[in-house]
Write a protein that binds this ligand. Sequence first.
Ligand SMILES: O=C(O)c1ccccc1N[C@@H]1O[C@H](COP(=O)(O)O)[C@@H](O)[C@H]1O
Length: 212
Amino acid sequence: MSAEVKICGLTDADTVDAALEAGADYLGLVFFAQSPRAIEPDAAAEILQFADDVIKVGLFVDADDAALDRVLSTVRLDLLQFHGNESPERIEQVRLDFGLPVMKVIPVSGAADLERAELFVPVADRLLFDAKPPKGSDLPGGNAVSFDWTILQGFKCRLPWMLAGGLTPANVAQAIRISGATAVDVSSGVESAPGTKDSDLIRAFIRAAKAS
Ligand SMILES: O=C(O)c1ccccc1N[C@@H]1O[C@H](COP(=O)(O)O)[C@@H](O)[C@H]1O
């Protein structure tokens, strides 16, 4: 079975097209001002206007209701990704109030971190396991850092989950093989510079993930 692919941090129509043509299953837009991939709601709506048969994901970091409203009143999204310190209670509230499925990110550096996933099983629709940010990073994700994929071997998760963190066209097949992931998420690994997506790298990533 080929893995599902999410391309995250898209900021222009050309790389959206490249991702769609190559078979991306999810497109991610970052609504977090400190990110080099941050996009304003108007621009997001514009680059997604022809993106129909794909799951459109909004990435948020500890966003309050007003910030979510501001985006959701302008952009048609299918899934909300929460990449901050959101509690299970906050995830439950957002899911109910905004009526959209929610993917909660679990930062991982060792096997013990996987236990945190259980807290979100009753309130989230999906989980995403990403590497913890390195010391000194201003970003909770998008750091091109991997964790030890072997800790996911044999891990029984009661929600669908994705793997993220430092994935690239060169390592994604191995990451899938080792971790058992059925869905993968990439941002830095398909960029020519932070915040600049590269269509060739997007195509290579999707090809490698889908072939594995
Ligand atoms: O991409 C960002 O700038 C970002 C900012 C804040 C939180 C998360 C962010 N990105 C997400 O982090 C993971 C891993 O990214 P990478 O492939 O290692 O660069 C992924 O889910 C991105 O969507």
